[in-house]
Design a protein around this ligand. Structure first.
Ligand code: 5GP
Length: 125
C-alpha cells in the first residue's frame, strides 16, 4: 500500500502558518498554487523576504523522507516559482530552511525563506 503524506502529519497545535493556509490570518501573499503559499515575512531581513510553505503540512524538512516525493518536489518548485514571481532570478536569492533548535527554527511548520534584494553575507551567522 502506498503511504500518503497525510498519514505522517504531525499532531501539534495549529501554528500561525496553519492559520495563514486556512485563511484565518492575514498575510501579504505574493504567490500561491495548489501546493504552496508564499507570503512576505512580518520581520524582513532584506528588501525581499518571503516565506514559502507547503499546503501539505510537515514540521520541518527533517520529515521529508517520510513524505511523498510529490509533496517535497512541489514545495521546492513552489520556492522557485515564488522567486520567479518576485523577479529575483537575475540578481539571485538565498533559500534558507531553518531546521530545529540550533538553527533557530521558531515556527514548527516547514517554511523556506527567500531572501533577496541586496548583497548577502556568507557564511550566515
Ligand atoms: P524561523 O525562525 O522559524 O525560520 O522563521 C520564522 C519566520 O516567521 C520569522 O522570520 C518571522 O519573522 C516570521 N513570522 C513570525 N510570525 C509571523 C506572522 O504572523 N506573519 C508573517 N508573515 N511572518 C511571521
Amino acid at each position: 500500500m502506498r503511504i500518503t503524506a497525510s498519514q505522517y502529519h504531525t499532531p501539534m497545535e495549529d501554528t500561525i502558518f496553519d492559520r495563514i493556509i486556512a485563511g484565518e490570518m492575514d498575510a501579504d501573499i505574493v504567490y500561491e498554487d495548489d501546493a504552496v503559499v508564499a507570503f512576505r515575512d512580518i520581520s524582513p531581513q532584506a528588501p525581499i523576504h518571503v516565506l514559502v510553505i507547503p499546503r501539505n503540512r510537515m514540521q520541518s524538512i527533517a520529515e521529508a523522507p517520510e513524505h511523498d516525493a510529490e509533496t517535497i518536489g512541489r514545495f521546492m518548485q513552489g520556492v522557485a516559482l515564488a522567486a520567479r514571481k518576485l523577479e529575483v532570478e537575475e540578481n539571485g536569492y538565498r533559500v534558507v530552511l531553518n531546521t530545529g533548535r540550533d538553527a533557530l527554527q521558531t515556527v514548527p511548520y516547514v517554511h523556506a525563506h527567500i531572501i533577496a534584494g541586496r548583497k548577502l553575507g556568507w557564511p550566515p551567522g
